[in-house]
Design a binder for this molecule. Structure first.
Ligand code: ARG
Ligand code: ZN
Length: 855
């Protein structure tokens, strides 16, 4: 059943304190809870609970009679409660069979198991009956009891006491107390056998904080990068937002079975191993960089999410959009800010634009949902971050900081809404409140425009208009406030003659620039100042000009992307010739390679086949798109064929270093290697083998392996076998081994099927499932075939019951079936309708209904 934002009501009871006693046994757990509740408004006590066996329940010391309460699907309602109620509840749960990885679950298998929690958004109700909603904040005390073969007993807050269990020599316990008021989704506990890396940090307020990073003993040598990132993030938040950490202890735990990246539980973050472990030998640079970003993200949640939390789950973007903006800003300080912006915009365009263009489009703040887990989307996260960025840029650094200070001052300790956020940020400029429509309206705005130059008046007039598609089920779109960063370039000198932030907030507007001596080239949407599609009546020559003269790396990248899109995406006949683009690349690349290797690597980006597809709304032919994309890639490779050897040799392998410069060299070397193989440069196969054999780190080794596999070099299988052999003991590297094969250019559904039956394949480990299935879905020409889809939907069906969160996320990849050309479209439709008959989770059913609604 659907839940609506407009139906929000305050809880009738608040919880002051919670005492939890969680006892883990061989094949079940018993959870005893004591809740001190106080009435807020009229009404019954409503507790949520799922997959719980209720043993006893008493209120103010008296057992409840059957007529005092009612238990129905997922809910327990207590009638006629007094002003204050002490509830004592005992339940039994089974973490050992919890494959959904929500609530308290067992990870691992055999002798190697541990117990962890994931409570956001609604997992706490799988641990005990509770008013499991983010606007109920309480003080938690947690006692954990387990067999001593699990020496590590952790929960939120401070350790109060630990010891032996009387009359049970094999068992021990620990009691933790969290002094901060928090919603239940931030509860966490861990029962395991782990090693710990410790460190400390002294906050700007003089608090001495113990930092602990827990991992399996075999992984403890891969925790230094994460620990350093944590300290950097703590410092960064003090400097940039004036926010210091507020407890004496900060713990991070690595777990190999986890549905998402990581979770910001108060004082006890739980991380997917893939998002916290990092070492040069086992982790690529890209992965390692994202480890740092995710550590920072979860740390930043301590203020944006935990101390100020969401009133209800519709407000998810309140914490996620702001926190993503904060982690992106942090990352921009760790590498070149141009490359950071390129990566963030590329991700947004590849995933969020496609979501916004299809049947799963929803506002950054949704207005209704069946299953909130389906809304942890790139729209909520990444488009949410873009809105905060627009606000920050509109205000400028000083006023933005005044606004965030006001936000923290006003709402600390509360559960609030997006309106509250905007109201605090608008203290220096009330127009900021107008950004609310960005949160309400789905669809990516398209900004189009043109210019006229009047040489007598010496004026340049730019006309811009905006249009957003009308998404079914929502109000007709209105114009949004769109900041368009603009610069005018003098055609002769290449210098900037005027620079302005245009605010387009009507359907059509004209902007006049005075005293413009000659017709300039206009650069628009610089630094991607708004999450929109831009259609400006450029000539290819203008873009080539901008590629040469634009002043920052991001804008130059953006211009190359415009050129590529014009080549690949305009209707037949009006397509641009690639000549201008190829010529511009040939001129820019050699200079840039020596100057900023990372940026040079990015300039060679051609959007993936998937991303290109997201811009096609009808008669999408995956084979044709792949041919055209590969064709352009080959043209680039051939155009620069004479230069690859020199470029490659100028990027020599050196001993490993984790600096922006060294990462840039490694990134460019991998791109050049692939280009050289594409251009059939004779020596390139040898380079690949040497790079693999002499690799100083995973970026080099995996880059070489991937090139060998994708270009089907004769020795590729031998190297795949070597890679497996070398890294057999390391799950995260074996994930790479699976993914390089499942995403191979010549992959077939049969190859994927054989990976799914490999002895190392494990349906209960989401990382492993994704390493095959998500990797495979990056090949649209194989995915969108009868066999490919049958395999893919078969996986969804298999996971539907065991892990519906994961199943539903995998399904979302199929959202754009409706744009396919026949007969693929009909075929996909039939398979999705078939799938609908064979699944039962509300997660998958809700997504399927939206996806099929596109028909
Ligand atoms: N709040 C977490 C983060 O953004 C994500 C947790 C989402 N978990 C889930 N099961 N939907 O870092
Ligand atoms: Zn988050």
């Amino acid at each position: 059943s659907k839940i609506n934002l407009k139906d929000y009501t305050k809880p009738s009871f608040d919880v002051e304190t919670v005492h939890l006693d969680i006892k883990l046994f061989e094949d079940y757990a018993q959870v005893d809870s004591k809740l001190e509740m106080v009435r807020q408004t009229a009404g019954d006590i409503v507790l949520f609970g799922e997959s719980l066996e209720l043993l006893t329940i008493t209120m103010n010391g008296k057992a409840l009679n059957t007529e005092d309460y009612q238990q129905e699907a997922g809910k327990l309602t207590i009638y006629n409660a007094p002003e204050r109620a002490t509830l004592d509840i005992q339940v039994r749960i089974c973490p050992q069979t919890n494959t959904a990885l929500e609530g308290l679950y067992m990870a691992g298998s055999g002798d190697d198991t541990m117990f962890v929690t994931q409570c956001e958004p609604e997992g706490f109700r799988k641990i005990t009956f509770y008013p499991d909603r983010p606007d109920v904040l309480a003080i938690f005390t947690t006692r954990l009891e387990a067999d001593k073969r699990y020496p590590t007993l952790l929960a939120n807050g401070n350790l109060v006491e630990a010891g032996e269990v009387a009359d049970a020599p094999d068992r021990h316990y620990a009691i933790w107390h969290d002094p901060t008021n928090k919603p239940s989704y931030l509860f966490a506990c861990v029962v395991a056998d782990l090693d710990v890396l410790t460190d400390s940090y002294t906050t700007s307020e003089g608090r001495e904080v113990l930092l602990e990073l827990y991992a399996k003993s075999a992984d403890i040598d891969k925790c230094d990068v994460g620990m350093q990132a944590l300290k950097d993030a703590m410092k960064w938040d003090e400097v940039n937002y004036g926010r210091a950490y507020d407890l004496d202890r900060y713990m991070i735990v690595a777990v190999s079975q986890f549905n998402m990246g990581a979770m910001e539980n108060k004082g006890l973050n739980i991380f997917n191993t893939a998002c916290v472990l990092s070492s040069p030998e086992t982790t690529t640079d890209a992965r390692s960089f994202s480890v740092k970003a995710i550590i920072a993200h979860e740390y930043f949640h301590n203020w944006t999410g935990n101390r100020i939390t969401c009133r209800d789950w519709f407000q998810l973007c309140l914490k996620e959009g702001f926190t993503v903006y904060r982690d992106q800003s942090f990352s921009a300080d760790q590498q070149s800010s141009a490359v950071q912006r390129i990566d963030d915009v590329a991700t947004l365009r590849a995933h969020q634009f496609s979501e916004d263009a299809g049947p799963l489009a929803h506002p950054v703040r949704p207005e209704s949902f069946v299953e909130i887990n389906n809304f942890y989307t790139t729209t909520v996260y990444e488009k949410g971050a873009e809105i905060v960025r627009m606000i920050a840029n509109t205000l400028g650094p000083n006023d933005f900081r005044k606004g965030t200070d006001e936000y923290f001052r006003r709402y600390d300790g509360q559960a609030v809404t997006v309106e509250d956020f905007l109201s605090a940020l608008s203290i220096t400029d009330e127009k900021i409140e107008n950004f609310i429509d960005w949160y309400r309206q789905p669809g990516t705005p398209v900004v189009s425009g043109s210019q006229t130059y009047d040489s007598t008046a010496q004026t340049l007039t730019i006309t811009l208009n905006q249009q957003t598609r009308h998404v079914k089920g929502f109000d007709a779109p209105k114009p949004l406030p769109i900041p368009v960063a603009t610069a005018l370039f003098d055609k002769d000198s290449g210098a900037i003659v005027a620079e302005r932030m245009l605010l387009l907030d009507e359907a059509t507007q004209t902007f006049v620039f005075e005293n413009v001596a000659s017709e300039p080239v206009v650069s628009l949407l610089r630094d991607f100042s708004a999450p929109v599609q831009l259609n400006y009546d450029y000539q290819d020559a203008d873009l080539a000009f901008l590629l040469k003269h634009e002043t920052n790396g991001f804008n130059r990248w953006q211009v190359t992307q415009m050129l590529v899109n014009r080549i690949l995406l305009q209707g037949q006949g009006t397509k641009s010739s690639p000549d201008v683009y190829l010529e511009a690349l040939a001129q820019t690349l050699p200079v840039l390679a020596a100057d900023d290797a990372m940026l040079a690597a990015r300039l060679l980006d051609i959007p993936s086949a998937q991303e290109l597809a997201s811009a096609i709304s009808k008669d999408y032919d995956p084979v044709l798109v792949k041919e055209q994309r590969d064709g352009l890639y080959k043209q680039v490779a051939d155009k620069l064929k004479g230069q690859w050897a020199e470029l490659y040799n100028n990027l020599p392998m050196q001993s490993y270093e984790d600096s922006a410069e060294a990462r840039g060299i490694r990134a460019l070397r991998n791109v050049v290697l692939d280009m050289a193989l594409t251009a059939n440069v004779d020596a390139a196969a040898d380079w690949a083998q040497q790079q693999y054999d002499n690799a100083s780190c995973m970026t080099e080794r995996f880059g070489a392996l991937k090139a060998m596999v994708n270009h089907q070099l004769v020795d590729a299988d031998k190297y795949l076998a070597d890679f497996y052999e070398r890294f057999q003991a390391n799950d995260l590297v074996i994930d790479l081994w699976f993914s390089v094969q499942a995403a191979a250019d010549d992959v077939t559904p049969d190859m994927v099927k054989s990976l799914l039956t490999h002895t190392d394949f494990d349906w209960n480990t989401p990382n492993r499932v994704r390493s095959v299935i998500s990797a495979f879905s990056s090949q649209p020409t194989v995915l969108w075939t009868a066999e490919g889809l049958e395999m893919y939907t078969g996986v969804i069906q298999k996971l539907d019951d065991a892990n519906p969160v994961l199943a539903s996320r995998l399904l979302q990849v199929l959202a754009r079936w409706n744009t396919l050309a026949e007969p693929r479209r009909q075929m996909a439709h039939e398979q999705l309708v078939d799938l609908q008959k064979n699944v039962s989770s509300k997660h998958v059913l809700e997504s399927l209904e939206s996806v099929l609604g596109a028909a």
